[in-house]
Design a protein around this ligand. Sequence first.
Ligand code: HEC
Ligand code: HEC
Ligand code: HEC
Ligand code: HEC
Ligand code: HEC
Ligand code: HEC
Ligand code: HEC
Length: 404
Amino acid sequence: MKIARNLFTVFVLSLFLISCKNESDNYTDPRGTDYAGSESCIQCHQKQHETSILSAHYKATLPGTKENILGHFTNGKNTFVYDQNTKLVMEERNDSLYQVLYKNEKEVKAHPFDVLFGFKHAQTSGYWKNHSFYELPISYYKSINNWATSPDYSATKANFSKKIQKECFSCHSSNIASDYVTTNSSEAYNYMGMEVHNFMNKNTLVYGIDCERCHGPAKEHVRAHLKFPDLKKAQNMVSFRNMNRQQRIDACALCHSGNDKIKLKSRFQFKPGESLSDYFQENRRPKDTLNYDVHGNQLGLLSQSKCFQKSQTMDCITCHNPHQDAPQKSISYSKICMSCHQSTQHKAATLKTISKSGLANNCLECHMPTQNSKVIRFQQSNSSAVNSYSLRTHKIAIYPAAKN
Ligand code: HEC
Ligand code: HEC
Ligand code: HEC
Ligand code: HEC
Ligand code: HEC
Ligand code: HEC
Ligand code: HEC
């Protein structure tokens, strides 16, 4: 009798558990059943979530809606002129936004802003067509607060046919699956005798760099903590605290060490704690490394700094909060510099060029100066001048310009 009652209790309890489980299982993540989705983290990690959703990481790719597009759609600020007869206009039509090409005032082409890439300094966009993604010829740049040619695009001819590969999504989004099309579609092309389908399934796109892109699949973690709310120690979750320096660096370097190495596995497969050497093989001659660009290779540059080489601890998180955008104020970094450099004595000649407080607040101006990218350049409408995209270098050093 007692056994039967106990069995009954177990039965009722398990029914209860199943219904709870189903409740949290409603969401299916395109990455698979190991993933819980960022929304599910809010209930327990509100602090991290609040700042993350506003960060450039979260917005590294976004749907092409009016709220998300940084550039202007109003008269006078929405036109790029290619020549006397040809212009491209940013237009809003029935809730969707388009780049429309006109020749002698007649519409020739119109393609929508489907997905936006980038948020902090610039935004490039593209549109879907038959399993492929194509870049739009005009991008927005914050430095000029205006539209200009997409990087590497002509200022005299509009090109709508350049494909954006999965590679771009592997650094700017949390997921996109391949689409395997078995029909002899005209889009499948031959590559050294093999058929290659660089097709993507747009329904599997997870926009931006979300919690699980950096922390790995967390469904089991969520399940455990929902079930046992009193647990204080994280379950089924890789901890950055227990990682060694190289592992911590690799988790960022996945996307911040350039794109010129030989790939052994897809970036999407990487989980924190793994080693990047299983994903990439060095492909550079030592000579190439002297000229890392300021765009895209923060680790390469930082590795050339004495700070990085001679300290045992410096990694990306020394200066960056992974859940928040980098503060742009120089002074907040100066404090970090001084945590290792309390007793730096500058020479009298250097001290003469700047006040004492100026020196203390502006380490970056002299030791991490802003530099022009050699790979990202753009042209404005009706102008032959070539503008550069500029970023702070991560090579912390003594620069000639500072040696007055
Ligand atoms: C039901 C509550 C709950 C949910 C939902 C939850 N977590 Fe946690 N998480 C915890 C608790 C409790 C800890 C341990 C205490 C702490 O570090 O905050 C933790 C710790 C962590 C840690 C730190 C691990 C460490 O030891 O350094 C990470 C990272 C983390 N969670 C990620 C996530 C992500 C990503 C999600 C969403 C997919 C998520 N959590 C959802 C409860 C939850
Ligand atoms: C999956 C790829 C990926 C990973 C992993 C990644 N990043 Fe990023 N990160 C990006 C991309 C893409 C951008 C550009 C976002 C934009 O402006 O649209 C970016 C932007 C940034 C920025 C500039 C935006 C800002 O905060 O002001 C910083 C700083 C940064 N990342 C640091 C890190 C650190 C530190 C880590 C490791 C903890 C890391 N990233 C891991 C892809 C990644
Ligand atoms: C290896 C990873 C990687 C790949 C591949 C990559 N990006 Fe980026 N991208 C970044 C990082 C990191 C940043 C931000 C920091 C920087 O400029 O170094 C960035 C910045 C940008 C920005 C400017 C965003 C901003 O506000 O700073 C745009 C636009 C952009 N990428 C578009 C693209 C497109 C389009 C492709 C494919 C043709 C692509 N990216 C491929 C990592 C990558
Ligand atoms: C760009 C990569 C990145 C993203 C995106 C990211 N995290 Fe983290 N997270 C980290 C790193 C790196 C650490 C370790 C920080 C440290 O050791 O100082 C961390 C630490 C944590 C911790 C431990 C407590 C703390 O704040 O240090 C929790 C909890 C956490 N993350 C939850 C989340 C949640 C929830 C999201 C999404 C809203 C998220 N993370 C998005 C990289 C990331
Ligand atoms: C984690 C500790 C640490 C931090 C943080 C740090 N450094 Fe350093 N830095 C070092 C070490 C160690 C050296 C090498 C000293 C030596 O050679 O004796 C160094 C060297 C330097 C040098 C000499 C470079 C050369 O080529 O001769 C400069 C300049 C410098 N740091 C500036 C900075 C600035 C500016 C910051 C902040 C943006 C900073 N450091 C942050 C540890 C650090
Ligand atoms: C010594 C401090 C320091 C370290 C260590 C450091 N950064 Fe930065 N990082 C900065 C500063 C300063 C900026 C410029 C912030 C600004 O002006 O908005 C910056 C900006 C960035 C940006 C945005 C580019 C831009 O100008 O908007 C990215 C991306 C970035 N860091 C990634 C990384 C990665 C990845 C690592 C590790 C390989 C790393 N950082 C290590 C200090 C540091
Ligand atoms: C006006 C430009 C300027 C500013 C601001 C500045 N430095 Fe320097 N720094 C230099 C120059 C030039 C040198 C090399 C000549 C010298 O030592 O004065 C140098 C040298 C150094 C060295 C190497 C000293 C050695 O003995 O090898 C370190 C470390 C350093 N600076 C750290 C810092 C830190 C930390 C800050 C911010 C608190 C800072 N600097 C602010 C220009 C500057």
